[in-house]
Design a protein. Structure first.
Length: 70
């Protein structure tokens, strides 16, 4: 049962970290668009694949899993 709690804690931490990463990405995109003078919704082509291929995101998700599962 302890092993299951560790795995579920790690997965929960990864999900929470991923939500925070996506919110920060959307916020930074919105700030960059408003500096260009655009208002309203902004579409970003390739935003998800950009996030998934960033080494910092992979390190953050791995660290979140490791810290929460101990």
């Amino acid at each position: 049962m302890i092993f299951l709690k560790s795995i579920l804690g790690g997965i929960g931490a990864v999900v929470l970290t991923w939500i925070i990463i996506v919110c920060v990405f959307a916020w930074r995109t919105n700030v960059a668009a408003s500096q260009e003078g655009m208002t309203g919704l902004v579409a970003v082509a390739g935003g998800w694949s950009h996030l998934l291929r960033m080494p910092l995101v992979a390190v953050q998700l791995t660290a979140a899993f490791g810290v929460a599962s101990t």
